[in-house]
Design a protein. Sequence first.
Length: 354
Amino acid sequence: MRINGLKKRLAENQVDAYLITNVKNVYYFTGFMDIAGAELSLLVPVDDVPLLLTPPLSFTAARETASDCLVEEVPVGDEPLNRLVTELKNQQIRVVGFDDLSIAWYLSLTQELGSTRFMQNQSMVWGLRRVKDEEEIHFMKKAAALTDAGATVGMEFVGDGVREYEVAAEIEYEMRRRGSEGVAFETVVASGPRSAYPHGLSTDRIIKRGDSVVMDLGAVYRGYRSDITRTVIVGKPALNQVRVLNLVMAAQEEAFKAIRDGVNARDIDTIARNIIEAEGYGRYFIHGLGHGVGLDIHEPPRLSQQSTDCLKAGNVVTDEPGIYLPGFGVRIEDTVLVHGKNGERLTRANYFEG
């Protein structure tokens, strides 16, 4: 029961309760998934049963699917904040940690409960979420398989005369029809000079022979996400395109070989970066090597030169070196599960076809 892990952290940090308003965190701890932006409040006292407050629109679904908590409806016209204040007063809670609060809520709570201290501490949640359990890994493998299907269709469909958004539509349709709950993020299909934009999204640009086409996409299964990038050269590639593509593939592969429990995330980034810098392209690798993936597409740990994270078995991270030159770009990415002695690619679609 994940709630127990949070309660243990509360006790260790002498925090009386934790207030969760982030919808994905509510899902992580209770199994109830609501739409983005839903007004939910999950109060987890260290020594009592958690209470989930929901609006009427969410109450029935929460009552039927949430576990390890009491579910209470806040009627139309009532303020969830007032119900929360009452609960905190009744339980005489003195120190409350929280994940996300609006400024308005924070000010109101601190004014109404002058003797209660509120402290943002997201590390209590991320310390749990960043290491995936067996159920989460199962869901992420399903998401990765759906992502592979989308990437394969994208590589098959892309070609001379096709618009970027048409490729994106084919990718998203394939993932949806196979069971994806949606897209993990807005699908990127960036061609020609736009392939040098790391977040090029998809436009009405017509893809032409000789274009480098970067496709970055992801599926969702039971709320969990996957992430893949493949680069396709349409028609016969130029020598410089082949050189850059092979270099990025080599950097990705060497970084992948180093992924395992106990390795500093910064060191993994360094391996890929050194390979690219040795060939004179270092200044064109303009982002970190990767990031954690789970219920969010960007989570801890980070793999970058600024990272202080250490990889742990159960982390799921991306391995995505890229080179972005004037005129074209290349990125190759896989979602990787960290094991004790190695990494496991969860995404496995062929690297590219041209």
